[in-house]
Design a binder for this molecule. Sequence first.
Ligand code: CU
Length: 166
Amino acid sequence: MRRGMKRLVPHATVVAAAAALVAVAFAVPALAGGAQVTRGDLAAFADGPGLGYSDVTGRVQMVRTGDGKTIASVQVAGLTPGATYGSHVHNQSCADGNAGGHYSFGHRVVGGAGPGNSEIWLGPFTANAAGHANGKATVGESAGVTAVSVVIHGPGGQKIACADLS
Ligand SMILES: [Cu+2]
């Protein structure tokens, strides 16, 4: 009887270890392998042409890294040389209320900007002589599901262009 029990205990241990390995196998792709990358193309907002920005183009990218950071970047063309622009991650799609307001974590984050350092700001940036500019933001938390678009604001604050992230 005792010998039988002794055989059962190691067996149970092996089963538990195998179960733990399976759990790790499922968890690892979501972390290490699983940086989530979303991208989008910039298009001028309806007001853009009236403000002189009919041909703003560019690309945006947002990476939610496996270690819980968010890296948002933008490359823009068609800007006014020497002018300075704002750019933020917004909380509605471009076609939904002109992308709504700024995405906010609701609390301070490392690298955050805006009210309470709770937002993701890719600017301000200034266009070069060719009308090109780059912007980037890195924050220490993974952006939530409502971080869905990136807006470019003109020097007067107007929303001139937008990209949906998908
Ligand atoms: Cu904005």
